[in-house]
Design a protein around this ligand. Sequence first.
Ligand code: FAD
Length: 311
Amino acid sequence: MLDRPLRAGILAAADNVLVRRAVTRYGMRLGARRFVAGESVAQFLPVARAANAQGFAVAATLLGESVRDRGETQAVTREYCELLRAFAAEGLEANVAFKLTHVGLDIDAELAFENAARIAAAAEEAGTAVRMDMEQSCYVDRTLAIYRRLREMHANVGFVLQSYLYRSQSDLSAMLALAPNVRIVKGAYLEPPERAHPRKRDVDESYLALAELALSHDGYTAIATHDPRIIEHVARFAADRGLARRGRFEFQMLYGISTPLARRMLERGYRVRLSIPYGEYWFPYLMRRLAERPANLAFFIKGAFFPNSSS
Ligand SMILES: Cc1cc2nc3c(=O)[nH]c(=O)nc-3n(C[C@H](O)[C@H](O)[C@H](O)COP(=O)(O)OP(=O)(O)OC[C@H]3O[C@@H](n4cnc5c(N)ncnc54)[C@H](O)[C@@H]3O)c2cc1C
């Protein structure tokens, strides 16, 4: 996580129309491909196959959020269902993770629920799972409510909790009776100090507490972070409790980030899932990755001035 002012600056720039236009126009060429598999399913599938061939499980995301057009939410839902059928046809070890605002949460919670239920049913048919990402804090209640409804119909659904939010501890406690499939993350959005820990140290402590709580109860836990300290802590905690390296939990990392660490965890016998996004609407995703780490910004700017350098 970055210093708050720099992080805030990058996330604010993401809302600037000119920045958006320029980055969208040149970004894929400059370096967005480091984090995004491509703009189409045809570009995504070879990346997913290659990840499976190396031993990684895959979580696929069609990039997009804040959609306000019903027809578009239905098209997104159809694309996820087709993707799931492609996974089954190819025998890929892959599931999907999507944002509820991509399938209608900004229009009507019932529409989002119906679309999410269609994706969950398609995942069940394909013999795999589906997870709803967690977005800004204003969506948490609605996301958890939809998760509860889906969980009554399907066992293969999961949700996400963000350790920067004060409320996440009690949200997790309230879900434990469902033996939930929960992904724990630090949190990628700019949240006010009334709702989220402003200090990184507290976010990390909260992460460890959430991970330990989840791993101490029934269910399945996805430890989604590139933080080696947290990863080691969880590996030790799980070993002390006699949890097998595959079965009750997995590590998850983002495509293009901390790949050597992901490989090491795979070699040590853990299940590691790469979250691989694709799609034309990659701008906000890229901006969140840049906001997390200044070195990424340097990499990107370098790409603009020295397009042929390799790094
Ligand atoms: C699989 C997965 C799913 C996620 N889903 C969500 C979600 O649903 N909702 C949500 O709010 N957030 C989500 N996130 C993002 C998350 O909240 C963090 O913003 C992100 O993971 C960075 O935090 P970190 O845990 O890696 O720890 P940090 O303390 O930020 O980073 C630890 C180390 O990881 C490396 N690193 C971290 N980020 C980057 C980067 N962008 N580029 C290069 N190196 C980096 C650096 O070496 C850094 O020192 C997800 C993350 C992952 C891995």
